[in-house]
Design a protein around this ligand. Structure first.
Ligand code: ZN
Length: 411
């Protein structure tokens, strides 16, 4: 295993200084949602050009770079990470702190990272850990991934004796807002397999995610003077709340984990005349996912009939479980597992109770897109931390996956 600890941590800390917190309220209306993301993307474009890669960066605001092959007949491979950070806690003005970690709690200005709540932290004793100063998040999600990909590419440029095929790199905006893949330049993509570096603890490989849909229901009531409303008034808000209450309580996010799917009421708003509700449906199994959509539609219509209200239902599938694309292209996961074996890492496959940009890519382009660990923990919080040792392992994983393509070409 090559020791990237110093280089990748310095690079990562440099990237944490970009103010790239995204703004979900602007998703879909402004791209990217915040200007700091463009600043960081332009800096990455400059670094990639300096390294000699072919770079495109257009109005999609996706950095796309190709390190050209130095040998023939090797399949290209892509790696992807996002430059924005979440807005759950302040994500700008990050001041990273490096700790030579000896065990115990890490006391920061704004918070304490407790060893008892962070079993993985105990395993880092004797190693190096990076946190914020405790007043912001750190931004390891996903600048750890960006740094790891950049470090791997820069290693290959510095070591022309290492044989590789075309290596493709994508740095997207606005992943945290859900809009990151809206304008992805699929037409430019040359790889048939892609890996996101947007995962967490050492060894975790995420290969399955939810199927996800948002169902918007518009309810049209009938308004009358309340004094003469008997038998005539139709209260849209009551219809909405009954639809919400009729959903199975045991199939909600607060009641499920593991492989169980759910319905979640995200919003009810409006007046007694017009109401709107937003319901999220999540399920790993695509059969029961489709069934949930049908069940919700039938239920909403039944409730509307009871009240003589009229409704409009709009179903939007956001992403699908990437397991099916991974199953159609088992070579994507084989490369990961072989890389792990070669590096002596104990890899385990995990479910994501959510989605990734890779899931959107799998859905849209049929490209398998497993999510690899980056060494980050406690994402979206003041207690976020990354392990420098694991970041170095992630760079080695990227290189080993690139090398797998070379071995596969020879076989
Ligand atoms: Zn992320």
């Amino acid at each position: 295993m090559i020791d990237f600890r110093k280089d990748v941590s310095e690079r990562f800390i440099r990237y944490t200084r970009f103010d790239t917190m995204s703004d979900p309220s602007l998703a879909g209306s402004r791209r990217p949602t915040t200007p700091g993301q463009v600043v960081m993307q332009k800096a990455l474009v400059a670094e990639l050009e300096e390294l000699g890669l072919e770079v495109t960066y257009g109005e999609e605001h996706v950095v796309h770079a190709i390190l050209r092959a130095n040998a023939q007949g090797i399949a290209p491979v892509a790696f992807m990470a996002h430059v924005d950070t979440a807005d759950d806690v302040m994500g700008n003005g990050v001041k990273a702190r490096v700790h030579d970690y000896e065990g115990g709690d890490i006391v920061l200005d704004g918070t304490v990272i407790r060893a008892c709540d962070n079993p993985d932290l105990a395993r880092c004793a004797g190693g190096r850990v990076i946190t914020s100063d405790g007043t912001t998040l750190l931004g390891g999600d996903d600048k750890a991934g960006v740094a790891e990909i950049m470090e791997a590419v820069s290693y290959l440029v510095g070591h022309p004796e290492v044989v590789h095929g075309d290596v493709e790199v994508f740095f997207t905006p606005d992943e945290e807002t859900g809009a990151g893949m809206d304008m992805f330049p699929y037409h430019e993509m040359i790889s048939k397999v892609c890996y996101t570096l947007d995962g967490g603890p050492e060894g975790e490989i995420e290969t399955e995610c939810f199927n996800a849909a948002t169902v918007d229901i518009a309810i049209h009531g009938v308004s009358t003077h309340l004094g003469s409303a008997r038998g005539r008034l139709v209260n849209a808000l009551k219809v909405a709340s009954m639809i919400a209450d009729t959903l199975p309580h045991s199939e909600s996010p607060e009641a499920t984990d593991g492989r169980y799917g759910y319905y979640h009421v995200g919003a009810i708003e409006g007046t007694n005349v017009e109401a709107r509700m937003e319901i999220f449906i999540r399920d790993f199994d695509s059969g029961s996912f489709d069934e949930r959509i049908r069940a919700l539609e039938a239920l909403a219509r039944a409730v509307a009939d009871i009240y003589h209200a009229s409704i409009d239902i709009d179903v939007h599938v956001s992403y699908r479980n990437m397991a099916s694309a991974n199953a159609r292209h088992p070579e994507a996961l084989e490369a990961v597992m072989e890389a792990g074996r070669r590096l002596g890492l104990d890899l385990h496959q995990e479910l994501i109770r959510g989605g990734t940009d890779g899931a959107r890519m799998a859905e849209k382009a049929g490209v398998p897109c497993p999510n690899l660990f980056t060494g980050g923990h406690n994402f979206h919080s003041l207690e976020e931390w990354v392990s420098v040792d694991v970041m170095s392992e992630s760079v080695n994983m990227v290189l080993a996956i690139i090398d797998y393509q070379v071995a596969a070409a020879k076989a």
